[in-house]
Design a protein around this ligand. Structure first.
Ligand SMILES: [Zn+2]
Ligand SMILES: [Zn+2]
Length: 101
């Protein structure tokens, strides 16, 4: 398992640090574990977290915890990132219990 660039730098490039990954809002930002529940600790370990405003986190129908499409898209991005940087899809499945791709 190789570690090339840490995940935080990647998300910083993609979305900017501490602004909502969906709308770019910069105040009242929540930290969201892309793989939550039993996989929360693995999300933390590999830096698979994003920043979201309350609206896009858990306060509306468009929030990642309720919008299945947004949730899936984000998980797929994160899984691809894992495969590019940390291990194979089999490694991912072993650690996270399944694949979302
Ligand atoms: Zn937002
Ligand atoms: Zn969350």
């Amino acid at each position: 398992m190789k570690k090339r660039k840490n995940k935080k730098e990647y998300w910083q490039e993609l979305f900017g640090d501490h602004c909502c990954a969906v709308c770019g809002r910069m105040d009242d930002i929540h930290r969201h574990h892309i793989f939550y529940g039993i996989n929360k600790k693995h999300s933390e370990e590999y830096g698979l977290v994003i920043y979201l405003c309350p609206y896009h986190h858990n306060m509306s129908d468009e929030a990642i915890h309720f919008n299945k499409e947004l949730d899936l898209e984000t998980k797929q991005d994160a899984e691809r990132w894992f495969i590019e940087n940390f291990g194979t899809i089999e490694d991912f499945r072993r650690i996270f219990g399944r694949s979302w791709l």
